[in-house]
Design a protein around this ligand. Structure first.
Ligand code: COA
Length: 278
């Protein structure tokens, strides 16, 4: 496996409690191929998910794409990309038996199933599997030059990393159908209007805006954050009545945690909460 396809950097969160909290920043690192996701990218992402899940210090995961390297004068500069999709070169000549095992254990689902909050930081192209990876995250912050889309239809394919389902959930049936059937790209202003992304900023501000949001979340109780993610997520799987019951059960159970008492007392005493994470 090419270890460099994904760079993992754990950045300390100042003032996190319990102490030692980090934001784990994962950089898809194939800028020459617009960070297209090949087999090694999936293996590396799955491994990073396992490590983040097992490491109590990891409070938030941010996924980004490596910037294109500068090119010599006269050569064409490659565009910025989060990820321009699955690596199309790995599709050539393959039949269903050959691709099935890969798609049955893929990185999109592993990111989706992380219990910790995830943020996609999207600069430039997020196409096909790139849009799907962004959709596997809980939040998406994009630059003004970001472009989303599911162009698989142009390859005689459909999205295979959860795109048809997660797009329908987030955009609604009509717009998801339009994106999947036409393969047309959506710019960041439209993506914001559609609710596909949470915020859009100039490329120069993308990192600071994303880290600001990551730090905000990383400073909450890590225990309560997981419960909050699980409760909101259950809205996708459960009907309203069942979902309300699930929320109530999670809410009531929080009254047996140390962090509920710590949070409430901190408010009453007008001081910062020092979370225990339990
Ligand atoms: N898989 C494999 N390689 C890819 C790729 C992908 N999904 N997307 C881009 N690349 C490669 C190109 O082949 C090219 O490689 P090369 O320099 O060795 O020839 C390099 O990345 C740069 O891409 P290029 O197409 O030259 O850039 P561009 O600015 O002309 O166009 C895109 C950018 C994103 C519009 C175009 O690359 C594209 O359409 N990519 C495929 C998107 C897609 O269909 N994704 C869904 C896959 S399921």
């Amino acid at each position: 496996m090419d270890e460099d396809v994904l760079l993992v950097e754990n950045l300390p969160v100042e003032g996190s409690s319990p102490a030692g909290g980090v934001i784990s920043v994962w950089t898809l690192n194939r800028p020459e191929k617009l960070n297209a996701l090949n087999k090694d990218s999936h293996t590396a992402l799955k491994q990073a998910c396992d490590e983040a899940e097992a490491d109590d210090n990891v409070r938030v995961v941010v996924i980004r794409g490596a910037s294109p390297p500068p090119v010599p004068e006269g050569k064409r500069q490659k565009p910025a990309a989060f990820a321009a999709g699955a690596d199309i070169s790995e599709f050539a000549g393959k039949n269903s038996d050959e691709v099935r095992p890969f798609f049955e254990d893929n990185a999109w689902e592993r990111v989706w199933n992380l219990s910790k909050p995830t943020i996609a930081m999207v600069d430039g192209f997020a196409l096909g599997g790139g849009t799907e990876l962004a959709l596997s995250c809980d939040l998406r912050i994009a630059s003004t030059r970001a472009k989303f889309g599911t162009p698989e239809i142009n390859l005689g394919l459909i999205p295979g990393g959860g795109g048809t389902q997660r797009l329908s959930n987030i955009l609604g049936y009509g717009k998801a159908m339009e994106m999947v059937l036409t393969g047309e790209m959506v710019g960041s202003e439209e993506a914001l209007r559609l609710g596909l992304i949470n915020d859009v900023v100039e490329p120069e501000q993308l990192e600071s805006r994303t880290m600001e949001m990551a730090e905000n979340i990383a400073k909450k109780s890590p225990y309560t954050i997981k419960v909050a993610k699980r409760a909101v997520r259950s809205a996708l799987d459960l009907g309203m009545s069942e979902g309300i019951l699930a929320e109530r059960s999670e809410f009531v159970a929080l009254f047996d945690t140390e962090d509920k008492e710590i949070g409430v007392q901190a408010f009453l005493e007008r001081k910062d909460a020092e979370w225990k994470g339990s």
